[in-house]
Design a protein around this ligand. Sequence first.
Ligand code: PGA
Length: 260
Amino acid sequence: MRRKLIAGNWKMNKDIHETAELVNELKEHLKDFRNDLHIVICPPFTSLVVARGLIKDTPLKLGAQNMSDKEDGAYTGEISGRMLVTIGCEYVILGHSERRQYFKETNELINAKAHRAHAFGLTPIICVGETLEEREASVTDKIITTQIKGVLAQLASVDLDRCVIAYEPVWAIGTGRNATPDQANQVHRLIRKLVGQMYSWAVAERLTILYGGSVNPSNALDLLSQSDIDGALVGGASLKADSFLSIIRAGIEPSQKVFN
Ligand code: PGA
């Protein structure tokens, strides 16, 4: 059984007051939540302590949006994996396309961060995805193959069980233009096939692969019903309780009673 997961990537939004407001609202609605679905919120670093205090005894889990590949030391402005663990993070997003684009993160660096995240016991949510030019040039499969091989280099099979991959086509992020469920599912299958070749089919079958890029309450169900889409990494729609909760609902089997 694959872990199903819905994660909210708040990006550079929400100060501590806004964080408390949103978390309290989510908490109120998730009071009776009973499900195996993992729900992760990834606020900015400055809000992690506040969020951690509020999510106690709720189904919400905490993630960060980035971390250093270094253990500790003289790296001004950086945040280490140990700092994240001691603050209560279980997850960390690595290699988001905004980090690749604006901060020049490479597959090698993201791979080093993934190794470091595992050393600290964090579950990395590692992002891959092609740009619009790459999709239009029909090189999506090639790009995804290079990214997957690069970011997973030298990770052991046991580490793969503590990894989540997020497929986020760059052209779909924050644009309102999501990949069609079929387009997304095809890339998810490719990722699973690659992991099967690099590790084993058993490892690939257990791997949680999220889709991200303009997921919203109207398209979530179609995307999440695909055979190889195991959850979503949600940006804009995770900033409001009602839209994030609708996406969480879409990730749950209709037959299961969940929350108000
Ligand atoms: P979006 O962002 O849902 O606002 O498109 C997704 C992401 O960047 O993780």
